[in-house]
Design a protein around this ligand. Structure first.
Ligand code: FES
Ligand SMILES: [Fe+2]
Length: 391
Protein backbone atom coordinates (compact mmCIF):
# COMPACT_ATOMS: atom_id res chain seq x y z
CA UNK A 1 0.00 0.00 0.00
CA UNK A 2 1.24 3.45 -0.80
CA UNK A 3 1.84 5.19 2.47
CA UNK A 4 -0.85 7.75 1.67
CA UNK A 5 -3.53 5.39 0.46
CA UNK A 6 -4.98 5.45 3.93
CA UNK A 7 -5.81 9.16 3.47
CA UNK A 8 -7.95 8.12 0.52
CA UNK A 9 -9.53 5.40 2.64
CA UNK A 10 -10.38 7.88 5.39
CA UNK A 11 -11.73 10.33 2.80
CA UNK A 12 -13.92 7.62 1.27
CA UNK A 13 -15.29 6.66 4.66
CA UNK A 14 -16.02 10.32 5.41
CA UNK A 15 -17.74 10.72 2.04
CA UNK A 16 -19.94 7.70 2.81
CA UNK A 17 -20.84 9.22 6.16
CA UNK A 18 -21.57 12.61 4.59
CA UNK A 19 -23.87 10.98 2.00
CA UNK A 20 -25.60 8.72 4.49
CA UNK A 21 -25.94 11.16 7.39
CA UNK A 22 -23.80 8.93 9.63
CA UNK A 23 -20.52 9.01 11.55
CA UNK A 24 -18.24 6.39 13.15
CA UNK A 25 -19.99 5.30 16.33
CA UNK A 26 -19.57 3.45 19.61
CA UNK A 27 -22.04 0.66 20.40
CA UNK A 28 -23.80 2.68 23.11
CA UNK A 29 -23.98 5.84 25.18
CA UNK A 30 -21.51 6.11 28.07
CA UNK A 31 -21.91 7.97 31.37
CA UNK A 32 -19.05 9.22 33.50
CA UNK A 33 -19.71 10.56 37.02
CA UNK A 34 -19.12 14.30 37.44
CA UNK A 35 -16.75 13.44 40.31
CA UNK A 36 -14.37 11.99 37.71
CA UNK A 37 -13.42 15.60 36.87
CA UNK A 38 -13.66 16.95 40.42
CA UNK A 39 -11.92 14.51 42.75
CA UNK A 40 -8.44 15.75 43.83
CA UNK A 41 -7.49 12.23 44.98
CA UNK A 42 -8.30 10.73 41.60
CA UNK A 43 -6.34 13.54 39.96
CA UNK A 44 -3.29 12.65 42.08
CA UNK A 45 -3.64 9.02 41.04
CA UNK A 46 -3.68 10.09 37.37
CA UNK A 47 -0.57 12.22 37.83
CA UNK A 48 1.27 9.37 39.56
CA UNK A 49 0.13 6.43 37.45
CA UNK A 50 -0.41 8.02 34.05
CA UNK A 51 1.85 11.07 33.81
CA UNK A 52 4.72 9.62 35.84
CA UNK A 53 4.62 6.10 34.42
CA UNK A 54 3.86 6.48 30.70
CA UNK A 55 6.11 8.00 28.02
CA UNK A 56 5.36 11.70 27.52
CA UNK A 57 6.18 13.86 24.53
CA UNK A 58 8.52 16.48 25.98
CA UNK A 59 10.45 17.75 22.96
CA UNK A 60 10.87 17.50 19.20
CA UNK A 61 13.91 16.43 17.21
CA UNK A 62 13.86 19.90 15.63
CA UNK A 63 14.45 21.50 19.02
CA UNK A 64 17.47 19.33 19.85
CA UNK A 65 19.02 18.88 16.44
CA UNK A 66 22.74 19.42 17.19
CA UNK A 67 24.90 17.93 19.94
CA UNK A 68 24.82 20.17 23.00
CA UNK A 69 21.29 21.44 22.36
CA UNK A 70 19.25 21.10 25.51
CA UNK A 71 15.76 21.82 26.79
CA UNK A 72 14.84 22.13 30.47
CA UNK A 73 11.29 22.14 31.75
CA UNK A 74 9.11 21.15 34.66
CA UNK A 75 6.57 18.40 34.03
CA UNK A 76 3.93 17.67 36.70
CA UNK A 77 6.36 19.15 39.21
CA UNK A 78 9.36 17.10 38.05
CA UNK A 79 12.35 19.13 36.79
CA UNK A 80 13.62 17.56 33.54
CA UNK A 81 16.49 18.37 31.22
CA UNK A 82 17.01 16.75 27.81
CA UNK A 83 20.26 17.09 25.88
CA UNK A 84 21.64 15.67 22.64
CA UNK A 85 25.05 14.14 23.26
CA UNK A 86 28.10 14.24 21.00
CA UNK A 87 27.21 10.66 20.10
CA UNK A 88 23.93 11.93 18.60
CA UNK A 89 21.75 10.36 21.28
CA UNK A 90 19.22 12.43 23.21
CA UNK A 91 19.19 11.68 26.93
CA UNK A 92 16.90 12.93 29.66
CA UNK A 93 17.77 13.61 33.29
CA UNK A 94 16.15 14.98 36.36
CA UNK A 95 17.34 18.56 36.41
CA UNK A 96 18.52 18.27 40.00
CA UNK A 97 22.12 18.78 41.09
CA UNK A 98 23.84 15.87 42.84
CA UNK A 99 25.45 18.28 45.30
CA UNK A 100 22.54 19.89 47.12
CA UNK A 101 19.63 19.60 44.72
CA UNK A 102 19.65 22.91 42.84
CA UNK A 103 18.13 23.20 39.38
CA UNK A 104 21.13 22.73 37.11
CA UNK A 105 19.77 24.28 33.89
CA UNK A 106 17.40 27.23 33.82
CA UNK A 107 14.07 26.30 32.27
CA UNK A 108 14.21 26.97 28.55
CA UNK A 109 16.45 25.78 25.76
CA UNK A 110 19.88 26.49 24.36
CA UNK A 111 23.24 24.96 23.60
CA UNK A 112 26.02 24.10 26.01
CA UNK A 113 29.25 22.13 26.27
CA UNK A 114 28.66 21.14 29.88
CA UNK A 115 25.70 21.53 32.17
CA UNK A 116 26.94 23.70 35.02
CA UNK A 117 24.96 24.15 38.21
CA UNK A 118 24.64 27.85 39.06
CA UNK A 119 24.77 27.26 42.82
CA UNK A 120 28.36 26.00 43.37
CA UNK A 121 29.45 25.34 39.77
CA UNK A 122 29.48 21.56 39.73
CA UNK A 123 29.50 20.47 36.08
CA UNK A 124 27.95 17.55 34.19
CA UNK A 125 28.70 16.25 30.69
CA UNK A 126 26.15 15.33 28.02
CA UNK A 127 25.74 11.88 29.59
CA UNK A 128 24.86 13.43 32.93
CA UNK A 129 28.16 12.38 34.54
CA UNK A 130 29.57 14.65 37.18
CA UNK A 131 32.83 15.90 35.64
CA UNK A 132 33.77 18.77 37.94
CA UNK A 133 33.48 19.46 41.62
CA UNK A 134 34.51 23.05 42.35
CA UNK A 135 37.48 23.36 44.75
CA UNK A 136 37.68 19.59 45.33
CA UNK A 137 40.54 19.86 47.85
CA UNK A 138 38.52 22.12 50.09
CA UNK A 139 35.33 20.12 49.50
CA UNK A 140 36.87 17.05 51.03
CA UNK A 141 36.34 13.35 50.79
CA UNK A 142 33.99 12.72 47.87
CA UNK A 143 34.43 10.47 44.84
CA UNK A 144 32.78 12.03 41.77
CA UNK A 145 33.23 8.82 39.80
CA UNK A 146 29.90 7.23 39.00
CA UNK A 147 28.03 10.25 40.36
CA UNK A 148 25.81 12.38 38.19
CA UNK A 149 22.33 13.44 37.26
CA UNK A 150 19.53 10.93 37.67
CA UNK A 151 18.75 9.60 34.21
CA UNK A 152 15.22 9.18 32.90
CA UNK A 153 14.14 6.73 30.18
CA UNK A 154 14.16 8.55 26.85
CA UNK A 155 13.51 7.53 23.25
CA UNK A 156 13.55 9.46 19.99
CA UNK A 157 11.08 8.27 17.40
CA UNK A 158 9.43 9.92 14.39
CA UNK A 159 10.83 13.33 15.34
CA UNK A 160 9.51 13.10 18.89
CA UNK A 161 11.46 12.90 22.16
CA UNK A 162 9.56 10.66 24.56
CA UNK A 163 10.51 10.65 28.23
CA UNK A 164 9.20 8.69 31.20
CA UNK A 165 9.40 10.44 34.56
CA UNK A 166 10.28 7.24 36.44
CA UNK A 167 14.03 6.55 36.69
CA UNK A 168 14.94 2.98 35.88
CA UNK A 169 11.84 2.26 33.81
CA UNK A 170 12.35 1.59 30.12
CA UNK A 171 10.50 2.84 27.06
CA UNK A 172 9.57 0.03 24.70
CA UNK A 173 8.61 2.17 21.71
CA UNK A 174 7.20 -0.71 19.69
CA UNK A 175 5.00 -1.94 22.51
CA UNK A 176 3.86 1.57 23.39
CA UNK A 177 3.14 2.87 19.89
CA UNK A 178 2.29 -0.32 18.01
CA UNK A 179 0.84 0.59 14.60
CA UNK A 180 0.79 4.26 15.60
CA UNK A 181 4.53 4.42 15.06
CA UNK A 182 4.06 4.14 11.28
CA UNK A 183 1.33 6.79 11.48
CA UNK A 184 3.78 9.17 13.13
CA UNK A 185 6.75 8.25 10.97
CA UNK A 186 4.98 8.90 7.69
CA UNK A 187 4.49 12.54 8.70
CA UNK A 188 8.30 12.96 8.67
CA UNK A 189 8.23 15.28 11.67
CA UNK A 190 11.91 14.51 12.25
CA UNK A 191 12.66 16.90 9.38
CA UNK A 192 10.54 19.73 10.74
CA UNK A 193 11.57 22.85 12.60
CA UNK A 194 9.89 24.30 15.66
CA UNK A 195 8.93 27.84 14.75
CA UNK A 196 7.00 29.02 17.78
CA UNK A 197 5.26 27.86 20.93
CA UNK A 198 2.76 29.35 23.34
CA UNK A 199 0.92 28.28 26.47
CA UNK A 200 -2.71 28.30 27.48
CA UNK A 201 -4.33 27.46 30.79
CA UNK A 202 -7.68 25.90 31.46
CA UNK A 203 -9.54 23.43 33.69
CA UNK A 204 -8.89 19.74 34.48
CA UNK A 205 -6.66 18.05 31.89
CA UNK A 206 -9.32 15.48 31.00
CA UNK A 207 -11.88 18.20 30.32
CA UNK A 208 -9.36 19.95 28.08
CA UNK A 209 -8.54 16.65 26.38
CA UNK A 210 -12.21 15.93 25.71
CA UNK A 211 -12.34 18.82 23.25
CA UNK A 212 -9.50 17.41 21.13
CA UNK A 213 -11.23 14.11 20.34
CA UNK A 214 -14.73 15.51 19.82
CA UNK A 215 -15.89 16.63 16.38
CA UNK A 216 -19.48 17.03 17.53
CA UNK A 217 -18.98 20.62 18.67
CA UNK A 218 -17.45 22.14 15.56
CA UNK A 219 -20.59 23.73 14.10
CA UNK A 220 -21.94 24.99 17.41
CA UNK A 221 -18.77 26.21 19.12
CA UNK A 222 -16.65 27.25 16.12
CA UNK A 223 -19.18 28.63 13.58
CA UNK A 224 -16.91 31.42 12.34
CA UNK A 225 -13.60 29.59 12.52
CA UNK A 226 -13.20 25.82 12.10
CA UNK A 227 -16.74 25.28 10.83
CA UNK A 228 -16.00 27.57 7.88
CA UNK A 229 -14.19 24.61 6.29
CA UNK A 230 -15.05 21.60 8.46
CA UNK A 231 -18.32 19.74 8.87
CA UNK A 232 -19.55 18.92 12.34
CA UNK A 233 -20.13 15.38 13.52
CA UNK A 234 -18.95 13.63 10.34
CA UNK A 235 -15.94 11.70 11.51
CA UNK A 236 -13.86 8.57 11.30
CA UNK A 237 -12.16 7.15 14.39
CA UNK A 238 -9.33 4.64 14.28
CA UNK A 239 -7.70 3.34 17.44
CA UNK A 240 -4.09 2.20 17.77
CA UNK A 241 -4.22 0.95 21.33
CA UNK A 242 -4.82 4.11 23.39
CA UNK A 243 -3.72 6.39 20.54
CA UNK A 244 -6.25 7.67 18.02
CA UNK A 245 -6.54 8.94 14.46
CA UNK A 246 -9.58 11.06 13.78
CA UNK A 247 -10.75 12.12 10.32
CA UNK A 248 -12.87 15.28 10.07
CA UNK A 249 -14.88 15.79 6.85
CA UNK A 250 -14.63 19.18 5.19
CA UNK A 251 -17.62 20.70 3.39
CA UNK A 252 -16.06 19.72 0.05
CA UNK A 253 -15.54 16.05 0.96
CA UNK A 254 -17.87 14.85 -1.83
CA UNK A 255 -16.28 16.75 -4.73
CA UNK A 256 -12.83 15.95 -3.30
CA UNK A 257 -13.49 12.21 -3.30
CA UNK A 258 -15.38 12.29 -6.60
CA UNK A 259 -12.10 12.76 -8.47
CA UNK A 260 -10.15 9.80 -9.88
CA UNK A 261 -7.69 8.48 -7.29
CA UNK A 262 -4.67 9.68 -9.27
CA UNK A 263 -5.92 13.27 -9.19
CA UNK A 264 -6.66 13.38 -5.53
CA UNK A 265 -4.38 15.53 -3.46
CA UNK A 266 -3.22 14.58 0.00
CA UNK A 267 -5.51 16.04 2.67
CA UNK A 268 -8.09 17.22 0.13
CA UNK A 269 -11.51 17.38 1.74
CA UNK A 270 -10.48 16.35 5.24
CA UNK A 271 -8.42 17.07 8.33
CA UNK A 272 -6.71 14.25 10.17
CA UNK A 273 -5.98 14.76 13.87
CA UNK A 274 -3.92 12.24 15.79
CA UNK A 275 -3.77 11.89 19.55
CA UNK A 276 -0.89 10.30 21.42
CA UNK A 277 -2.03 8.98 24.77
CA UNK A 278 -2.22 10.44 27.33
CA UNK A 279 -1.62 14.07 26.47
CA UNK A 280 -0.89 15.12 22.88
CA UNK A 281 -2.94 16.17 19.86
CA UNK A 282 -1.29 16.50 16.46
CA UNK A 283 -3.06 18.76 13.98
CA UNK A 284 -0.35 18.46 11.36
CA UNK A 285 -0.09 17.68 7.68
CA UNK A 286 2.58 15.82 5.81
CA UNK A 287 4.87 18.18 3.90
CA UNK A 288 3.57 21.27 5.71
CA UNK A 289 3.59 21.11 9.51
CA UNK A 290 0.95 22.35 11.90
CA UNK A 291 0.30 22.58 15.59
CA UNK A 292 0.98 20.00 18.28
CA UNK A 293 -0.84 20.53 21.60
CA UNK A 294 0.71 19.02 24.73
CA UNK A 295 -1.63 18.87 27.71
CA UNK A 296 -0.22 18.74 31.22
CA UNK A 297 -2.03 18.65 34.56
CA UNK A 298 -1.54 21.97 36.36
CA UNK A 299 -0.82 22.41 40.05
CA UNK A 300 -4.38 21.55 41.09
CA UNK A 301 -7.00 19.04 40.00
CA UNK A 302 -9.01 21.74 38.23
CA UNK A 303 -6.17 23.35 36.28
CA UNK A 304 -4.13 22.28 33.28
CA UNK A 305 -1.58 23.85 30.99
CA UNK A 306 -1.44 23.33 27.24
CA UNK A 307 1.65 24.05 25.19
CA UNK A 308 0.92 24.67 21.53
CA UNK A 309 4.01 23.98 19.44
CA UNK A 310 4.04 25.19 15.86
CA UNK A 311 6.13 23.09 13.53
CA UNK A 312 6.88 23.62 9.88
CA UNK A 313 8.44 21.50 7.17
CA UNK A 314 10.19 24.71 6.11
CA UNK A 315 10.68 27.71 8.37
CA UNK A 316 8.91 30.84 7.13
CA UNK A 317 11.49 33.06 5.45
CA UNK A 318 9.97 36.02 3.68
CA UNK A 319 8.17 38.77 5.58
CA UNK A 320 4.94 37.61 3.99
CA UNK A 321 5.45 34.00 5.11
CA UNK A 322 6.34 35.16 8.61
CA UNK A 323 3.24 37.35 8.78
CA UNK A 324 1.06 34.44 7.61
CA UNK A 325 2.61 32.17 10.21
CA UNK A 326 2.08 34.78 12.92
CA UNK A 327 -1.57 35.10 11.94
CA UNK A 328 -2.06 31.33 12.13
CA UNK A 329 -0.47 31.03 15.56
CA UNK A 330 -2.63 33.88 16.85
CA UNK A 331 -5.74 32.37 15.30
CA UNK A 332 -5.09 28.99 16.93
CA UNK A 333 -4.35 30.61 20.27
CA UNK A 334 -7.54 32.64 20.12
CA UNK A 335 -9.82 29.82 18.92
CA UNK A 336 -8.65 27.47 21.64
CA UNK A 337 -8.68 30.15 24.35
CA UNK A 338 -11.86 32.02 23.49
CA UNK A 339 -13.92 29.12 22.17
CA UNK A 340 -12.71 25.75 23.51
CA UNK A 341 -11.09 26.60 26.84
CA UNK A 342 -13.60 29.26 27.78
CA UNK A 343 -16.24 26.55 27.40
CA UNK A 344 -14.16 23.99 29.27
CA UNK A 345 -13.75 26.42 32.20
CA UNK A 346 -17.54 26.68 32.24
CA UNK A 347 -17.84 22.89 32.32
CA UNK A 348 -15.55 22.71 35.35
CA UNK A 349 -17.74 25.23 37.16
CA UNK A 350 -20.90 23.53 36.01
CA UNK A 351 -19.81 20.14 37.27
CA UNK A 352 -18.58 21.62 40.57
CA UNK A 353 -22.04 23.13 41.11
CA UNK A 354 -23.52 19.66 41.59
CA UNK A 355 -26.23 20.34 39.02
CA UNK A 356 -25.69 17.09 37.12
CA UNK A 357 -24.63 13.68 38.47
CA UNK A 358 -22.72 12.62 35.39
CA UNK A 359 -21.74 13.60 31.87
CA UNK A 360 -23.04 11.66 28.89
CA UNK A 361 -20.94 10.68 25.87
CA UNK A 362 -23.05 9.83 22.84
CA UNK A 363 -22.37 7.03 20.40
CA UNK A 364 -20.89 9.67 18.09
CA UNK A 365 -18.44 10.71 20.82
CA UNK A 366 -16.50 7.51 20.43
CA UNK A 367 -13.13 9.28 20.76
CA UNK A 368 -14.09 10.47 24.25
CA UNK A 369 -15.39 7.04 25.21
CA UNK A 370 -12.10 5.49 24.20
CA UNK A 371 -10.07 8.16 25.96
CA UNK A 372 -11.82 7.64 29.29
CA UNK A 373 -11.67 3.85 29.11
CA UNK A 374 -7.90 4.08 28.61
CA UNK A 375 -7.51 6.63 31.39
CA UNK A 376 -9.41 4.29 33.72
CA UNK A 377 -7.23 1.39 32.58
CA UNK A 378 -3.93 3.17 33.21
CA UNK A 379 -5.15 4.70 36.49
CA UNK A 380 -5.07 1.24 38.04
CA UNK A 381 -2.16 0.32 40.25
CA UNK A 382 -1.32 -2.73 38.14
CA UNK A 383 -3.16 -2.62 34.80
CA UNK A 384 -3.69 -6.18 33.57
CA UNK A 385 -2.94 -6.43 29.83
CA UNK A 386 -5.74 -8.99 29.58
CA UNK A 387 -8.20 -6.22 30.55
CA UNK A 388 -7.18 -3.63 27.97
CA UNK A 389 -10.15 -1.65 26.65
CA UNK A 390 -11.46 -3.17 23.46
CA UNK A 391 -13.63 -0.38 22.08
S1 FES B 1 23.73 22.49 44.40
FE1 FES B 1 24.60 22.32 42.47
S2 FES B 1 26.66 22.79 42.77
FE2 FES B 1 25.79 22.95 44.73
FE1 LIG C 1 -12.88 22.81 19.51
Amino acid sequence: MDRFDDYNDIADRLADHARGGTTDSAPGVMRVPASYYLNPELWKVEVERIFKRLPLLLAFTGELRQPGRYKAMKVVGVPVVMIRGRDGVVRAFMNVCRHRGARVMEEGSGKCVRMVCPYHAWAYDDRGSLVKVADPEKFGDFDADGEGLTELPCAEVAGLILVTLTPGAAIDVDAWLGGFRAELEKLEMDKWVVVASQQLETANWKLAHDGYVDGYHIGSLHPKTIAVFSQSNVLTYDAFGPHQRIGFAHHDILPATGKPAAERKLNDGLTVIRTLFPHVSFAVRHGEGGVVSQLFPGDRYDRSVTTQVFLAARAPETDEEKAMFGMRTKMLHDVVKDEDYKTVDGVQEGLASGAIPDVIFGRNEIGNQRLHRWIAYYSQENPDPADKPEL
